[in-house]
Design a protein around this ligand. Structure first.
Ligand code: ADP
Ligand code: MG
Length: 697
């Protein structure tokens, strides 16, 4: 951007150093450029004046012209209110104030022409507006042909008279000056193709729209542009990564064939086979693989990971699998060890609790190449862990790892980067995945292993606990096992532990004939494993736990999941937990226990769970309820600091923008074509001014 946009806002009329500092501190707005991009968050519709008789309680905000014909303070003490009768030539409505009565009543004059704006409400046959905006009628506001922008400000700013109106005036000042400095950022081909209005025009009308149609055009143009440049950047990253980074070539499939023919415990689903082919193709290509493997809980990602390891190990290299928790690492290790032993492959487990002596042996085995497969937690990315030749690094349940940790894995092989496979069951809506993982190749397992029965999910109020216990007993009598999960808000909270212990005691009382395992985050890994193992071995029938069992654990005979205080869990978490059952051939159940009192959102979550088993459907509801930042966690939220577009609401525009960016790069991969000069220039200016780009990769 030109230096004009870097001018400090203190040079604007009516600002000065003190107010500039305040605006900077409160809203992080420092320059003309910042103000231009401080978009309104909503608009007041001032395109029409209503007549008093037209105003009803179910209208949204309305604007009326008229006069105050009567003004009274009525009621006593805390019920005191100021009531004005506001009349035009058709009739009247009431205006009401509960606060600031002395000040308002002094300001209002009988017989003066006013413009009133507010949200009407009906009380019996009367209609009133509480705390309306009221201004003296002027030739300006009489025109009634505009949408009033509403800007974010803060209490501190309002105290210095920097309210939304004042911000609007400052922005108007800048926009008038900025006019000749605003460059078009898109090539004409795109603006023609998608009927986009000019950038300059769009910026003006996002702040000062003269009608709804223009506002919509301005919004579409700016959202498109924002999403287009993000996608362009991601797609460029992907192209340059594929071009730049060499990958080891793995193509010896003898080991794999032996496993396939002699040891594979079940037939792979078609989706699993397809995904394995995609990964093989990458690993034979000579380029480094960076692939995301998405598949709903229980879709069988682990075996896919293992089979890919075999190609690597068979070609004389090493492979690792990193999991987010000790329990999960242990479980992967147990599972993979069984296969590895049959094939005579060296395999080891490395976690935070591995003893120093054993650790030393493992380090040695990795350096010598004797250990072919390493399974572990993030302990395996520590600097002391060195491989002879790491060829494939698998990360399970990616959402728990940061981008930085992904990068550390890259450096585990000093001569050639290892191939990277990220496996996630977090159902991420496609649009969000496109942005978060837009630089990765994506494979999807969209099919469950044969013979699985869909899990039946039920909602029960706490009062029905005895019936639920009865149901659990009948399932145990059939030989099934049961999880009972308690919420955990903070890993350290004593209260949660007490909830869990109370729960444990009530279960122990209700099921005197059964054995019960208990697992929670405060336990030593060794004790946790012991308890887990008892459940796996079917020595216990019930597993009382906190959400530590959320990811990955696999006990096919466990067919009932009871979730206590289900209203306290998020949708993604409920879905993950439910995924712990339904892994065997028996009918599985998930029981969501809640209090009678439920917030609207909690009710939506529970109803969604009861209605569907489809992770993507659940993810879409989740995205609508929570917004994208929460879903991805703080680690990646920087990517989604969007100025105007909304990943959830604007998924259509996102898709259009992604396609447009992809087509453009097909035609002009280096963006050197003169007709794309606008794009080049804008990317350069973004590099200088935006911090977000770096965080995307
Ligand atoms: P996730 O995708 O959630 O990680 P897992 O890899 O843990 O799922 O697999 C869930 C269960 O399904 C495991 O018991 C696994 O052995 C089994 N499984 C995986 N693929 C198949 C298949 N094609 N047929 C039958 N069972 C399978
Ligand atoms: Mg898994």
């Amino acid at each position: 951007m030109s230096s004009f946009f870097n001018t400090s806002i203190e040079f604007l009329k009516g600002v000065g150093p003190q107010k500039a500092a305040l605006i900077g501190a409160e809203l992080s707005l420092f320059t003309y450029g910042d103000l231009v991009q401080h978009y309104p968050f909503r608009y007041e519709d001032r395109t029409k004046f209503y007549k008093a008789t037209e105003v009803t309680g179910d209208l949204p905000f309305v604007q009326i012209k008229g006069r105050i014909t009567k003004l009274d303070t009525i009621g006593e003490l805390r019920k005191k209110r100021l009531v004005a009768r506001f009349s035009d030539d058709t009739g009247h409505i009431e205006l009401v104030w509960f606060k600031g009565i002395p000040w308002v009543s002094k300001k209002l004059k009988l017989g003066v022409d006013y413009v009133v704006y507010g949200k009407p409400a009906a009380f019996g046959r009367k209609v009133n507006i509480a705390h309306p905006e009221i201004e003296v009628l002027t030739t300006q506001n009489d025109k009634a042909a505009f949408l009033q922008p509403v800007y974010h400000t803060s209490e501190k700013m309002k105290a210095k008279f920097l309210d939304s109106r004042a911000m609007s005036k400052l922005i108007r000042q800048v926009m008038v000056l900025a006019e000749r400095h605003i460059n078009e950022t898109l090539p004409q081909k795109l603006t023609d193709q998608f009927s986009l209005i000019e950038k300059k025009f769009a910026l003006w009308h996002i702040h000062f729209p003269s009608n709804t149609e223009l506002l919509q055009k301005a919004q579409f143009r700016l959202k498109f542009e924002e999403l287009f440049f993000i996608q362009l950047r991601l797609l460029k990253l992907k192209i340059s990564r594929i071009d730049k980074f060499r990958g080891q070539i793995f193509n010896d499939s003898a080991l794999l064939t032996s496993f396939y023919n002699d040891h594979l415990p079940f037939d792979l689903t078609n989706a699993q086979k397809r995904v394995i082919k995609e990964i093989y193709f990458d690993m034979k290509s000579g380029k480094q693989m960076n692939r995301l493997l998405q598949g709903d809980v229980g879709s069988g990602k682990t075996i896919v990971g293992f089979i890919c390891m075999l190609l690597v190990v068979g070609s004389g290299s090493q492979a690792s699998m990193m999991a987010p928790t000790e329990i999960l690492a242990a479980q992967h290790y147990e599972g993979l060890k069984e296969y590895a032993d049959k094939l005579g492959l060296g395999i080891a487990k490395l976690t935070g609790s591995t003893k120093t002596k054993e650790r030393r042996i493992i380090h040695e085995g990795l350096r010598s190449g004797e250990i072919k497969i390493l399974v572990g937690t993030h302990a395996l990315i520590e600097d002391t862990v060195q491989f002879k030749n790491l060829g494939l690094a698998i990360i399970d349940e990616q959402h728990r790892f940061g981008v930085a940790q992904r990068a550390k894995l890259w450096n585990k092989n000093t001569s050639v980067y290892p191939h990277i496979l990220v496996m996630t069951a977090t159902p991420i809506p496609r649009t969000l995945a496109m942005t978060l993982y837009g630089d990765l190749d994506v494979s999807v397992i969209d099919e469950m292993p044969a013979g699985r029965k869909p899990i039946k999910t039920m909602h029960q109020y706490d009062a029905k606990r005895l019936e639920v216990f009865g149901f659990m007993k009948r399932e145990i009598a059939k030989g099934r096992q049961i999880y009972v999960v308690y919420p955990l808000i903070e890993e350290s909270s004593k209260l949660d532990l007490k909830d869990l212990m109370d729960g444990y005691e009530s279960i122990a009382r209700a099921f005197p004939e059964n054995h019960i395992s208990i697992v929670h985050g405060k336990m030593k890994p060794k004790d946790k494993d012991f308890e887990m193992q008892r459940f796996v071995n079917h020595e216990t029938q019930l597993m009382v736990a906190t959400t530590v069992i959320e990811v990955g654990v696999n006990v096919p005979n466990a067919s009932v999941m009871v979730i206590e205080n289900a209203e306290r869990f998020g949708l993604a978490q409920l879905h993950q937990l439910r995924g712990r059952v339904g892994r065997g051939a028996d009918q599985s159940y998930c029981v969501l226990m809640t209090d009678y009192k439920l917030s609207k959102e909690a009710r939506t979550r529970i109803e969604t769970m009861v209605k569907t088993n489809n992770g993507f459907e659940i993810a879409d509801v989740d995205l609508k309820l929570r917004g994208p930042g929460d879903i991805t966690g703080t680690q990646q939220s920087g990517v989604l600091d969007l100025l105007i577009a909304d990943i959830a609401a604007d998924s259509k525009i996102l898709q259009i923008a992604r396609n447009a960016a992809s087509d453009l790069l097909d035609e002009d991969p280096e963006l050197t074509n003169p007709e794309n000069a606008n794009i080049q220039r804008h990317i350069q200016s973004l590099r200088k001014t935006t911090v977000n780009w770096g965080r995307i990769s």
